[in-house]
Ligand binder design. Structure first.
Ligand code: NAD
Length: 466
C-alpha cells in the first residue's frame, strides 16, 4: 500500500471505531439478558452455517477433514458460548470482598464493567475458533468488537464477515478484512483492549503499536510446546496422542506437540510405536478428505526446508505416510543450531530428542523461551509435582495432548514469549472487563476518628503499624 492508501485505510477503520464508540455512548450498557441474547444469536448463526465452515476451510487449506473444522475449530466456540451463557450472571454480579477492621462496617465490592470496544486480531490456523471465541468473550463482557481475521484464510474471513454482518449491527460487531497493512493500521487504533492471536514476532509489533495509545493487550502467541515422556510413560497412548496432535490440522496448531523428549534407552521402543501411529492417523484423516493441507505454498516450502536442513546436517528423517503435501515425519538427531531446534515448527514434523536424566530434560525445557503448552506422560505423582514446579509454561495436559484447551474453566494463555494474559471462561470475561473497586463508607464508623487530626489518631497509627 502506498501512503495515500494507508491514510484511506486508517480513515476507514477509524470511522468504524468512531461509530462503535458513539453507539456505546448513546446506548445503555448491555445487561445480562441482552448479553445472553447476543451469545445465543452468535451460537445460532454458527450452527446454521456449520457446513459452510467446513466448505470454506477446505477452500483455504486445500484439504481439511470436516472433523478438524467441526471438533477443533468451531466446536470449542459453541462450547465456550454455552459455558459463558451459563455462568455470566454469576460473573457479572458485584463481588463482595473483605474490608479491614478499621473501615468496618463499610462494604467493598468489585464491579466488572465493559471496557468499550475490543479489537481482535486472528490468525489463519483455526480461522473460526480464534476469531469467534474472543468475539463471544468480548460480547459476554458487554463490549463491542472489531475483528480482523487473517488474509491467509481469505474464504474463511469472507464467511466470517458475511455471517457477522447478518447477525449484528456494524456498531456492535464489525469485521475488517485485509492483510499486513490493514493489520498494522488496525493495531494502531485506540481500542479499549486489543486481543491478538498469532506469532510472537507479530505480537511484538502489535504490542508496540498498542503502547502508543496505552491500549492494554492480551497476546496469545506461539512457541515450542514439548512432550516429556518419563520412563514409566504409557508409550502406546503417548504415541497415539502425539500422532493425533501432529496430524490434526496438519500440526498447524498453536498447542500442538512441537517435539518429544524421550529417555535415551526408550527411544527405539517409542519410535517403533510412533511410526505406525503417525501413518495410521494420516491414513484415517486421508479417508476423510485430509489430512489438512498446509495453508500456503510458502508455508509448505518452509517446512520442507526445515526438514532438508536437518537431513543435510545429519539427522535421521523418517517419513511415515504418503498423504499430505508435507508428510507426517519423525526426525531424530537434531543439532542445537538447526532451525527445527529453535523455531516453532507448526507442521507435521516431529523431532524426537533424547535425554539421559530428568534434570537434563527439565533444564532443556527451561533453557528456551517459555512454551505455550507442556505435556507430561507419567503415572508418578512426585514427578508430576516436580515437573509442574520446575517448568514455567502456559497450560499443561498430563497424560494427554491439547485437551486442556477444551476445559473452559481453565485460563488459557502463555507466559513470557508465548503470551501475555489469558482467556476462556471467566478469565476471558475478566480480561475484557474493567474491575472497578467500590467502597461504601457506613454512616457511623471509626473512620473520622482515625484520620489525621482525629481523636484516635495515635491509636490508629499504632494499629496500622502493627
Ligand atoms: P501472524 O502473527 O502472522 O498473524 C496474525 C494476525 O496478525 C493476522 O491477522 C495477520 O494479518 C496480522 N499481521 C501479520 N503481520 C502483521 C503486522 N506486521 N502488523 C499487524 N498485523 C499483522 O500469525 P499466523 O501465521 O496467522 O498464525 C500462526 C502463529 O499464531 C503461530 O505462531 C501460532 O503458535 C500462533 N497461534 C497462537 C495461538 C494461541 O492461542 N496462543 C493460537 C493460534 C496460533
Amino acid at each position: 500500500m502506498d501512503s495515500d492508501t494507508v491514510t484511506g485505510e486508517t480513515r476507514r477503520l477509524a470511522a468504524v471505531l468512531a461509530a462503535q464508540r458513539e453507539a456505546a455512548a448513546s446506548e445503555v450498557v448491555p445487561d445480562l439478558a441482552s448479553r445472553r441474547t447476543d451469545l445465543a444469536r452468535l451460537k445460532a448463526a454458527i450452527r446454521a452455517h456449520r457446513n459452510d465452515f467446513v466448505a470454506v476451510a477446505r477452500e483455504d487449506f486445500g484439504r481439511r477433514p470436516a472433523e478438524d473444522t467441526l471438533i477443533l475449530d468451531i466446536g470449542p466456540v459453541v462450547q465456550g458460548i454455552n459455558h459463558m451463557h451459563r455462568h455470566l450472571g454469576a460473573w457479572m454480579r458485584p463481588e463482595r470482598v473483605p474490608v479491614p477492621h478499621t473501615l468496618w462496617p463499610g462494604r467493598a465490592h468489585i464491579h466488572r464493567q465493559p471496557l468499550g470496544v475490543v479489537g481482535i486480531m486472528a490468525p489463519w490456523n483455526y480461522p473460526f475458533g480464534l476469531s469467534l471465541l474472543p468475539l463471544a468473550t468480548a460480547l459476554a463482557a458487554g463490549n463491542r468488537a472489531m475483528l480482523k481475521p487473517s488474509e491467509l484464510a481469505p474464504a474463511s474471513s469472507r464467511l466470517l464477515a458475511d455471517l457477522l454482518a447478518d447477525t449484528f449491527e456494524a456498531t456492535q460487531v464489525a469485521v475488517v478484512e485485509g492483510g499486513v497493512e490493514t493489520g498494522t493500521v488496525f493495531a494502531g487504533l485506540p481500542f479499549d483492549h486489543l486481543f491478538f492471536t498469532g506469532s510472537t514476532e507479530v505480537g511484538r509489533k502489535v504490542m508496540r503499536a498498542a503502547a502508543e495509545n496505552l491500549v492494554p493487550v492480551t497476546l496469545e502467541l506461539g512457541g515450542k510446546s514439548p512432550v516429556l515422556l518419563a520412563r514409566d510413560a504409557d508409550f502406546a497412548k503417548a504415541a497415539r496422542d502425539i500422532a493425533f496432535g501432529k496430524v490434526a490440522n496438519a500440526g498447524q496448531t498453536c498447542i500442538a506437540p512441537d517435539y518429544v523428549l524421550v529417555h535415551e534407552d526408550d527411544t527405539k521402543d517409542f519410535i517403533a510405536r510412533l511410526k505406525p501411529e503417525m501413518a495410521r492417523a494420516a491414513k484415517i484423516a486421508g479417508r476423510r478428505g485430509g489430512p489438512a493441507g498446509i495453508i500456503s505454498a510458502r508455508h509448505a516450502e518452509r517446512l520442507a526446508s526445515l526438514q532438508e536442513e536437518a537431513r543435510i546436517g545429519g539427522a535421521v528423517v523418517i517419513e511415515t505416510g504418503e498423504e499430505g503435501n508435507v508428510t507426517p515425519t519423525i526426525i531424530i538427531g537434531l543439532r542445537p543450531q538447526m532451525r527445527l531446534t529453535r523455531e516453532e515448527i507448526f507442521g507435521p514434523l516431529l523431532p524426537v530428542v533424547t535425554y539421559a536424566t530428568m534434570e537434563e530434560a527439565i533444564a532443556r525445557i527451561g533453557s528456551g523461551p517459555r512454551p505455550l503448552a507442556l505435556y507430561l506422560y507419567t503415572a508418578n505423582r512426585d514427578l508430576k509435582g516436580r515437573v509442574l514446579r520446575d517448568t514455567l509454561s502456559g497450560n499443561v495436559t498430563l497424560n494427554g495432548v491439547m485437551t486442556h484447551y477444551a476445559v473452559e474453566s481453565l485460563p488459557f494463555g502463555g507466559v513470557g514469549a508465548s503470551g501475555i494474559g489469558a482467556y476462556h471462561g471467566r478469565a476471558g470475561f475478566e480480561a475484557m472487563s474493567h474491575a472497578k473497586g467500590v467502597f461504601e463508607e457506613p454512616r457511623r464508623s471509626l473512620i473520622p476518628f482515625g484520620r489525621p487530626g482525629g481523636r484516635f489518631v495515635k491509636l490508629f497509627a499504632r494499629y496500622m503499624m502493627r
